[in-house]
Design a protein around this ligand. Structure first.
Ligand SMILES: [Zn+2]
Length: 285
């Protein structure tokens, strides 16, 4: 029982000093556990020494910062915060690229980016240095949730109305099977695509099988499970659809899927045509 702490203390006491050779040509004497010294030496040989690394980080920060407003604080705070801000800006740009397909997230990230640029207190950057960027973004979103909801619904409504009007004027079919297929395939290939189309309900699809597929896909994804043709098969049953089985059909949908960035248009089309159909029904009755 009492052996373990003693052992640990002994190891700390005998931790030897090693000379590390860095890629910049500098060397440094440091304490390291013997067991890991080979790995540490290997890493040092490919890295800048601590002081060259700091210089390099400051230089990157200066390059990013010349476009940004000057920071307020003591000289030490400003130097540190400039580095933190530069790193955060790069993360924001990466997040904007990664969430480009998600309309709400793109709006939020854009606004967050603009506000971050205006954030000129060095201490703000220092205080938030250990907070994950996406946590800051999600806080930012939740304090303005009703605003974003309003913006998205308004955008969406105008486009849907335009699509309904177009359907009325063009005398087109009041359904679009290939939009339904493309969307369902995209969701099966990349489950993230579901969130772009999460405003849809199963009854918005014209095909019975598509309604069932969407229902199962939605249930699986909102439960945090993966929705792939194989998993869907067990829920849908592999009956013959007349020349093609359900499993073959699902595989075909996945193979012919549109990319995640192209999901929004078929989703809006499906929604608009469902609206158009219910308008036509109302007129007939
Ligand atoms: Zn160096």
């Amino acid at each position: 029982m009492c052996e373990k702490p003693q052992k640990e203390r002994a190891r700390v006491l005998v931790m030897p000093k090693y000379t590390l050779q860095y890629v910049c040509g500098h060397s440094d004497e440091e304490d390291h556990p013997k067991a890991r010294i080979d790995k540490i030496r290997e890493k040092a040989a490919e890295s800048l020494c601590p002081s060259c690394w700091t210089d390099q980080q400051n230089q990157i920060a200066n390059e990013v910062s010349w476009l940004l407003p000057p920071l307020e604080g003591t000289e030490k705070q400003v130097t540190w915060a400039q580095r933190l801000r530069a790193k955060a800006m790069i993360k924001i740009l990466n997040a904007k690229a990664a969430y480009g397909h998600d309309e709400t997230m793109s709006l939020v990230l854009n606004d967050f980016h603009q506000d971050a640029i205006k954030q000129s207190l060095a201490m703000w950057w220092i205080n938030n240095r250990n907070t994950r960027l996406m946590d800051l973004v999600s806080d930012y979103h939740s304090t303005r949730q009703s605003y974003y909801q309003f913006v998205i619904e308004n955008r969406f409504q105008r486009e849907v109305d335009a699509l309904v009007k177009e359907a009325q004027e063009s005398n087109r079919d009041p359904f679009d099977i290939s939009a339904e297929q493309g969307l369902l395939g995209a969701i099966m290939v990349k489950n993230d695509a579901y969130y772009v189309a999460s405003f849809l309900e199963p009854e918005h699809f014209i095909e019975d099988l598509h309604q069932r597929i969407f229902e199962v896909v939605r249930a699986l994804i909102t439960l945090g499970k993966v929705a792939m043709p194989i998993t869907l098969n067990t829920f849908l049953g592999d009956q013959d659809l007349g020349g093609i089985t359900v499993s073959r059909y699902l595989a075909r949908l996945a193979a012919e899927a549109v990319g995640i960035t192209q999901v929004r248009q078929p989703a809006l089309t499906i929604y608009a045509l469902a609206k158009y159909r219910s308008q036509m029904e109302a007129q007939e009755s």
